[in-house]
Design a protein. Sequence first.
Length: 135
Amino acid sequence: MGGILRLKGDKKFNDVNERSVLTESFRILATNVNYMLPKTKSSLGNVVYVTSGKISEGKSLIAYNLSVAFTSINKKVLLIGADLRSPEIHNYFSMGINTKGLTDYLQHPDSNWQDIIFNIIKITFKYFLLLKGML
């Protein structure tokens, strides 16, 4: 699909217009993943799931950078931080670990889902975030 170089220093996308080796690597990966996703005529989206069998392998970092790369190629993104045991996604947005999110909605499905989806305007108007929620 693509190779991501192991670089020292900041390892996260800071701006959709950034042109570093790291960001270009993730744009290539996003373009390749996008090519592999099934093409449909409906307005339904696709799901890209980042997973691993081990803790601390960089799943959250990859998911974050890939999600920003998708927005940089003009895709609408909902990044879901669903790691309940060791959540990290909230750190990339300077949000609290107990910010309302997925678990709150699962416990109270009659609640308004729009209250737990955050539009991250500093990245782009097409970038949305759903954190793991409180346990």
